[in-house]
Design a binder for this molecule. Sequence first.
Ligand SMILES: [Zn+2]
Length: 420
Amino acid sequence: MNKRLNILAVALLSSFIIGQSEENKSQVKVTKMNDSFYLVESTGAFPVNSLVFSGEDGLLIVDSGFQQTSKEFKEKISKIGSGKVKYIINTHNHPDHYGGNTMWSGEATIIIHEKALGAISGAYYGLTPLSDPDDIPQIALTDGMNLNLEFNNQIVQIRPIAGGHTHNDLLVYFKDSKIACMGGLLYSDQFPAVITGGGGNAEKFIQIHKSLLDSWPKDVTIIAGHGPVLSKSEFKDYHKMITKSYQLVNTALSSGESVDNVVDKDLLKDFHEWGDGPITSTRSWTTVIDRGLNPVEPSGLKSIAERMTNVYMEDGLKTAIKEYKKLKLENSGEYQFNEFELNMLGYHLSYRDKWDDAIKIFKLNISEYPESVNPYDSIGEAYMNRGDKKKAIKYFKKALEIDPEYPSSLAALEKLRSNI
Ligand SMILES: [Zn+2]
């Protein structure tokens, strides 16, 4: 039932891991927009946009890109203005938007949504955080709390906008220069990414775009998190595209069609060019629309990953897996048992270089959910990062047998093959 839950979140996290093994291949391109603004396009596992605002107070960065491109990012932007970074705004809790933060540790203040704080410190239940949150100077915003920052003689408006991409997006608007940074709220050359397991909703996503269209001046410049910079009229066209494709899919799903039917019938055939982006696909867009109609029941159940993490810290992995099996047999009504729980636990172990344990968790996930694509993709990445290309290829192929369009497996296989 939860098969496709959070596929995008997982794809993004996966790509973060992929990127870490590819240190020397990063690319960062800086384009001067005017005397104050620079667009930075970093290509980690896929391209992501950042904006640098320069002036007499120093530099302000909106999104710091992938961790593995951050060295080059820092090198290149240090030549802009004073080169001193005062603020980094992270538009949300995905690693392609905050991965570079640590390059300016102790130097820059991070502005972020309060719900994204855990991500930047790498907190995960009882596991040791990846960095001490107290060491990160920060301004954390909560919903409804708008910040007008005076910087470089301009007003930078920073506003939490929940429910489109995630529950912790910040929209950044440079009022005087009429430049908007949308982060995950805009993938301008592909279908939207809506993280349904992280507070996103397709219908809400479209409403957010509509209200922004209504509020922005006609000469606004719109920086997408991913994809080309748009003018207002281009953004209007994009809005039409997502509204139309949403309506088509929504009508079909509401009349009882399944996601598979909608994809197999090629209902979005007029929108193909938007369905083969590096991150989203026709299937992922269809799936998140379906999730809006059939939300996964908000369970009051306890996290099995939390329980396992506690046991892991006390008695090691073997006992944690035993506990999982025991609880599943005895108490399946008390804990959330789904692939996402195990997948995240596996990722968090791998972030801490506990690769053997991560692989064992991914294996458990495969044995629990053999029909699901995520676990194969995740273990593929773990093997890839350990340098076991053969096993990595085997598992990515397996993932693609289940979903031939699965973006992170496709990208990983392509990288592996081009490296051989
Ligand atoms: Zn994102």
